[in-house]
Design a protein around this ligand. Structure first.
Ligand code: OAD
Length: 261
């Protein structure tokens, strides 16, 4: 066993002891709900529960490439909803990730989110793997051209323009496959705000070594959490859980300051 017990206090002690020097974090839509961005699968508030107006065969079709080719409109409607811009502010959870990076403890952050709030919070780009892409780039999928965002190429080519978000049926970015082995190097794994329903991302927490403590900050139990001796589940709002952890480590003021900035 690495942790003294399965508790947040034991995780805080582990970090305080200086033994967690390579923290690998995996995040999902749940860390952005406090910013006002809906997640996907929460029963009443999630996007998939609220797509009925768009007349989709099933909610996931909105992120399906072949469906998009036939009928891109539902995605464009959704994109307006999700488009980051200045509308949304990073959450306490995002600020915590930036704090880990500033302290040199963030080995790598794997995010499924496309809202770019990790960068907005100050996590350096080289510490982020956007496993499902982001709105930062877009391309014409009919001509297979490069990033036409700046040149407005999408408008002139007459093809379908799609942000660089990974749809079902598309490969994840190469960085995901190249960097996911970093999970094996982790001495602590934090999983926050994800249902771990979508593969291959959902397999990441299982790549951690057996003796590496894994901590889940989520409203509900997900994935294989709870099956390992050093799994700690902090069920509830992730901002609240992260604040509690920061307080126990002695980072409370630093976290609140990072969040307000
Ligand atoms: P989901 O909506 O599937 O899961 C979000 C998880 O966060 C759920 O387990 C919620 O209970 C939890 N949650 C919500 N709010 C929370 C809060 N304030 N504190 C703690 N937990 C909270 O979102 P993802 O797992 O990110 O793909 O979804 C994975 C992928 O499915 C997405 O990347 C998206 C979607 O299809 C693409 O966009 C390509």
């Amino acid at each position: 066993l690495t942790l003294r017990e399965r508790s947040l206090t034991a995780v805080a002690d582990f970090i305080k002891s200086g033994k967690a020097r390579r923290i690998v974090v995996m995040t999902g839509a749940g860390i952005s709900t406090a910013a006002g961005i809906p997640d996907f699968r929460s029963p009443t508030t999630g996007l998939y529960a609220n797509l009925s107006a768009l007349n989709l065969p099933e909610p996931e079709a909105v992120f399906d490439l072949s469906f998009f080719r036939q009928n891109p409109q539902p995605f464009y409607v959704l994109a307006r909803e999700l488009y980051p811009g200045a509308r949304y502010r990073p959450t306490v959870s995002h600020a915590f990730l930036a704090l880990l990076a500033r302290r040199g403890l963030l080995h790598m952050l794997f995010t499924q989110n496309i809202d770019c709030l990790e960068r907005a919070a100050g996590v350096p780009a080289e510490k982020i793997v956007e496993a499902h892409g982001s709105f930062a780039g877009q391309r014409c999928i009919d001509w297979g051209g490069g990033d036409g965002a700046e040149e407005g190429e999408g408008e002139v080519c007459g093809g379908l323009v799609k942000p660089d978000i990974v749809f079902f049926g598309e490969a994840l970015p190469r960085a995901f496959f190249e960097l996911s082995p970093m999970t094996k190097e982790a001495d602590l794994v934090l999983v926050m705000g994800t249902s771990l329903q979508v593969h291959p991302f959902a397999g990441l927490p299982n790549m951690a070594e057996e003796e590496t403590p894994r901590v889940l900050f989520n409203l509900e139990q997900v994935g294989s959490f709870g099956t390992r001796a050093d799994d700690v589940m902090v069920l509830g709002d992730c901002d609240a859980g992260v604040r509690k952890l920061a307080e126990e480590i002695g980072w409370k003021d630093e976290l609140e300051k990072a969040w307000r900035e």
